[in-house]
Design a protein around this ligand. Structure first.
Ligand code: ADP
Length: 441
């Protein structure tokens, strides 16, 4: 097409739109390319007095077909004054270039043909060419009408987009309100839970204070009662001794037997009272270990000596093994000896034949002192119960005693920073293990 006078701008625009539609560009793209074309056409008309406009379909590097429009100016283009590449027009098409041609610089624009458009074979192009040739160009008024319609369509689209945006905004606001409500609800629930937890902690603190107070008053009561009982019981023992004394008035055989019973009962009672007092002292924290480096060998030696007197059954052997040297640990010698004596005493008390054995073994940073016997053994379900105050296993092993020895022993071991555990089965003897840290608590 030749662009020479003002009216040609309309024709070029119209043709541009028709060609764009013919090769399959979408409506929006048709308007874009027509608009870009009329803008460039007007510029060239004013700058150099016109141009020759050529439409072509080319294949680009990406293998896709492009609609290409070349506008070759009729005169030399003052390049420094005219460069459409940076303006808004350039955004309407895929490419807008200044191509240096044979005669002069050509303005070239192109737009990609959509993939779903009808294939542009040479035959199809010939067809289009004929059809467009038959189509007589309309008047400026026609093009104005078309342009108006396009403008209305564009405005409509803008309006519908604005409406859509308003709907989206409303939805967004709605969602925001929902999220805020959810957030508030969660915050409230969290606060509620927090208040609950705080209250629960308060209650727990109160309960444990009550428990502590109850345990303290129990220990105090035990300590007071046993302390108060000690004097009268000691007096009874003393009086009994006096009555049985040879320098007193002689007693009948029956009286002597009864006084003997009174004395032995009083002695039992004193034992019980003393044990209670020990336990109460240990529980109320009134026993302070006297920490020192203790050699286990003399301790074991002493136990061997003092307990031999208790091992009265010929069928039971008391074995106190020699601890492996060096056998030193940081502990309270008196308390430790008390615990071991207690355990060995139990072993000798309940074992009818076999042996009672004490041995020491170093395991890492702990000493394990075991007292094992070949006695009746203790059922697994009672392993913890025998460490409760006054508990004694029903049956044969309920002879004498108070049921206070083991709880006291465990208290002492805990005070020394260790643990006291039992491994036992009925008929297979018992093994009590005192495990103590080498460097004390
Ligand atoms: P006591 O020996 O004065 O009864 P303890 O607290 O020392 O109290 O022991 C509690 C109970 O555990 C004993 O009455 C006995 O039934 C059981 N017991 C303790 N040591 C042994 C043992 N070596 N073999 C079997 N039973 C034992």
């Amino acid at each position: 097409m030749a662009l020479r006078v003002e009216h040609d701008i309309f024709l070029v625009r119209q043709r541009g739109r028709e060609v764009a539609a013919a090769v399959g560009l979408e409506h929006q793209d048709q308007v874009r390319i027509a608009t870009a074309l009329s803008e460039v056409a007007r510029d060239l008309l004013h700058a150099v007095g016109g141009a020759d406009v050529t439409f072509a379909v080319t294949a680009a590097d990406d293998g896709r077909q492009h609609l290409r429009v070349d506008l070759a100016p009729v005169g030399p283009l003052p390049r420094e004054r005219y460069d459409p590449r940076s303006g808004a027009v350039a955004r309407l098409v895929d490419r807008l270039d200044m191509v240096v041609g044979e005669r002069d610089t050509v303005v070239r624009m192109s737009r990609r043909v959509p993939v779903n458009a009808q294939a542009l074979t040479p035959e199809r192009l010939a067809e289009l060419r004929t059809a467009l040739g038959e189509n007589a160009p309309g008047s400026a008024l026609d093009e104005l009408t078309a342009q108006n319609q396009q403008l209305i369509a564009a405005l409509d689209e803008v309006r519908s987009q604005r409406d859509e945006l308003a709907v989206l905004n409303e939805e967004l606001a709605e969602t925001n309100r929902g999220v805020m409500a959810l957030y508030n609800q969660l915050t409230e629930e969290l606060e509620e839970t927090n208040r609950g937890v705080v209250a629960l902690y308060g209650e727990l603190d109160e309960k444990s204070a009550q428990l502590r107070a109850a345990s303290e008053s129990k220990s105090r009561f035990l300590a007071n009662v046993s302390h108060e009982l000690r004097a009268p019981v000691t007096a009874i023992i003393g009086l009994g001794r006096l009555l049985a004394d040879s320098s007193s008035d002689p007693l009948t055989a029956e009286q002597a037997r009864q006084v003997g019973l009174i004395r032995s009962s009083a002695a039992d009672l004193l034992g019980l009272v003393n044990e209670l007092l020990d336990l109460a002292k240990a529980e109320s924290g009134r026993i302070e270990p006297d920490w020192a480096e203790v050699d286990l060998r003399p301790v074991f030696g002493q136990l061997r000596g003092t307990l031999r007197a208790l091992a009265t059954r010929p069928e039971v052997e008391l074995v106190v093994e020699e601890p492996p040297a060096p056998a030193v640990l940081r502990t309270d010698e008196v308390l430790l000896a008390q615990v071991l004596r207690n355990l060995l005493h139990n072993g000798l008390k309940f074992t009818e034949r076999g042996e009672v054995r004490l041995r020491a073994e170093r395991r890492g940073d702990r000493w394990q002192l075991t007292v094992s016997d070949t006695g009746p053994g203790i059922p697994a379900e009672l392993h913890e119960r025998i460490f409760e105050e006054f508990y004694q296993v029903p049956g044969k092993t309920r002879v004498g005693g108070t049921g206070l020895g083991l709880p006291y022993a465990r208290r002492l071991v805990t005070l020394l920073g260790g643990s006291l555990d039992l491994a036992s089965e009925p008929g297979r003897g018992s093994t009590f293990t005192v495990s103590l840290p080498v460097d004390g608590a």
